[in-house]
Design a protein around this ligand. Structure first.
Ligand SMILES: Nc1ncnc2c1ncn2[C@@H]1O[C@H](COP(=O)(O)OP(=O)(O)OP(=O)(O)O)[C@@H](O)[C@H]1O
Length: 576
């Protein structure tokens, strides 16, 4: 609750509107029976024409005035609930994109997206409920009880035993439904993960004819969710049914006892009518309040899930006094770097040391899983080294401001990761001030101009989710172009040429060499042809440096390099 109220605090005006609306509703619900009693006892029974007329006017003014208040309060409630949800979503989103890889991986994509959508929506419904019914129902109940006591305390006391029944029901309800709500939210995460995976891998599923298997897996999770929701709804079905029973039995009791009170002359007919209305309102408001309580456990589970994201400690962050400026030389040095992934048992990198001077290119090659991508992920601090140091411009990257560090790096990831939107939005992603000439320059270097020119809309061509309306090679070329827009000191190409044909690969690297000849360049690749021109080639073997040197040297000195090289190129090509 405290979590939600922290956000509600920013909407004081809207809360006041809601309160005003609640008071207006109380005025209608409680004023009308009084006027009705006057209408019957004085107007109808005593034939007082004037009372009849003035009561009708009073009723009309009360109803119209209160309805206007009520409408305004609903407007306030709409602004309050949607605003609170927007603020929570923004904060969670902001936090999510700043989480380090490790925390992000721990949560998982599905649960994070579910928290931002479903859980935030549950909070919206809860805020609607609590500041709508949650405010009015208790007020109506308190005032109605007061009026009941005012009209006839002895008759009212006969209804007293219903109160503990309601209180017990509310307590039991929140206790029993809380764990089921928690479990069902987790199952929604599973449903989300399952369907994301299936959609992302639809072609694989079809190619392997595994539609039935995937559907079966989904239906198992879906069945689990069905069981939980059925159980929850069955429990939640009890309170309304019980509330109706109590309300109806109470009415019968009131009518029966009220008739006796009238026959003894202790009550007038109009008072009994008003009494019955107040009883109905008191009991109805309790029944409505139960609806708010029904939402409570679910909302608390959602609030906890959102709070968990917001309160997660980000492991990779700035040091206390980060360095904002360096000599911008682009000199990169790894000193005895060891690295173990946060939840892994074994280190994936051991004792990695090398230096990359401005204008030089260092290339990493090695078998799959040897640690090539891991090395380059340490440079923008996607992960922090477990041991040793990485220095850029002579400064330990942990001492550099994270934003400054990342701005120094032009990073082309293994997967292109394009965004839905126009080609130009993607190209400008790292440097929003890029003009047409910057984009033309970059796509020329990345050899992407030719396919962009062929599209009717050029830079305005719309890319579908993940750039799925492009080929793998086209995506990679755009991703390369994106990373070279803007000036960087270090360029990282993490297996970024793998989807290019040999000719395009060679052309891209040639143009890149001219464009970024003063920068430090790191290339991770599987192909010897991609890296054989590098100033330094580092051969990785199970997380350690097996050899390093130029292509010609390594052909002489490294058995592993020779094996990789000979498996890909002929003797002639290797010595070209
Ligand atoms: N997020 C992670 N958590 C735990 N272990 C990981 C993670 N990412 C990679 N690894 C492990 O680290 C090792 C090195 O992976 P890395 O991706 O750096 O290899 P690579 O040489 O780039 O391979 P490839 O050529 O196939 O891309 C692998 O054994 C891999 O299983």
């Amino acid at each position: 609750m405290r979590f939600i109220f922290k956000y509600v605090r920013n909407y004081k005006k809207e809360v006041l509107f809601c309160l005003g609306g609640a008071i207006a509703l109380v005025a209608i619900l409680l004023g009308l029976p009084l006027l009705l009693a006057e209408f019957i006892d004085k107007g109808i029974i005593l034939h007082d024409e004037k009372i009849l007329q003035t009561t009708i006017v009073k009723m009309t003014v009360l109803v119209v005035g209160s309805s206007i208040f009520l409408l305004l309060s609903r407007y306030g409630l709409a602004t309050l609930s949607s605003g609170v949800t927007r603020d929570i979503r923004n904060d969670v989103y902001q936090k999510m994109i700043n989480l380090s890889q490790h925390e992000f991986q721990e949560f998982g994509v599905s649960t994070l997206s579910n928290r931002i959508t479903t859980d935030a929506f549950i909070i919206l419904q809860f805020v609607q409920n609590i500041f709508g019914l949650g405010l009015t129902a208790p007020l109506v109940m308190l005032f109605a009880i007061g009026m009941i006591a005012e009209i006839s305390l002895p008759l009212g006391l006969q209804l007293l035993p219903t109160l503990p029944v309601f209180v017990l029901m509310i307590w039991l309800l929140s206790k029993v439904t809380l764990p089921i709500s928690g479990e069902s939210q987790k199952t929604i995460d599973d449903i989300n993960r399952n369907q994301r995976e299936a959609i992302r891998s639809l072609r694989v599923v079809r190619a392997f004819n595994r539609q039935d298997y995937v559907a079966g897996k989904f239906s198992l999770i879906n069945e689990r969710y069905r069981c939980l929701t059925a159980k929850l709804f069955k429990i939640l079905a009890v309170p309304p049914a019980a509330a109706w029973l109590i309300i109806d039995l109470s009415l019968i009791l009131v009518i029966f006892s009220g008739a006796q009170f009238i026959s003894y002359g202790d009550l007038q007919l109009g008072d009994l009518v008003a009494f019955i209305q107040y009883v109905m309102e008191a009991l109805f408001s309790i029944a409505l309040f139960i609806n708010v309580i029904i939402m409570y456990p679910k909302a608390m589970v959602s609030a906890d899930r959102l709070r968990e994201v917001l309160e997660t400690e980000i492991s990779i962050k700035n040091c206390a006094a980060p360095i904002m400026a360096t000599d911008n030389s682009g000199r990169l040095e790894f000193r005895n770097v060891n690295f173990i992934y946060p939840d892994a048992q074994e280190p994936v990198l051991r004792n990695i040391s090398f230096t990359l001077n401005p204008g030089e290119t260092v290339a990493f090659i090695g078998s799959t899983g040897s640690g090539k991508s891991t090395i380059v992920k340490l440079i923008p601090r996607f992960y922090d080294v477990s041991d040793g140091e990485i220095l850029l411009d002579g400064i330990n990257i942990k001492d550099l401001d994270l934003h400054v560090l990342r701005a120094k790096i032009g990073y082309t990831p293994q997967k292109a990761n394009l965004f839905t939107g126009e080609i130009q939005d993607n190209l400008k992603f790292g440097y929003e001030f890029a003009g047409i000439n910057d984009m033309l320059y970059a796509v020329d270097i990345a050899q992407a101009r030719e396919f962009i020119d062929k599209t009717p809309e050029g830079f305005e061509t719309y890319l579908s989710e993940g750039g799925n309306n492009l080929s793998g090679g086209q995506k990679q070329r755009l991703s390369i172009a994106r990373s070279i827009i803007g000036e960087h000191e270090v360029y990282i190409f993490d297996d970024s040429f793998s989807a290019l044909d040999y000719k395009t690969d060679a052309q891209v690297r040639k143009s890149l060499h001219e464009r970024i000849k003063n920068a430090s360049t790191i290339i991770v690749a599987q192909r010897i042809a991609t890296i054989m021109q590098a100033d330094k080639i580092i051969v990785l073997d199970r997380g350690t440096i097996a050899a390093q040197g130029r292509h010609e040297e390594l052909l002489q000195t490294s058995q592993l390099y020779r094996e990789i090289a000979h498996s890909q190129l002929s003797e002639e090509e290797l010595n070209a």
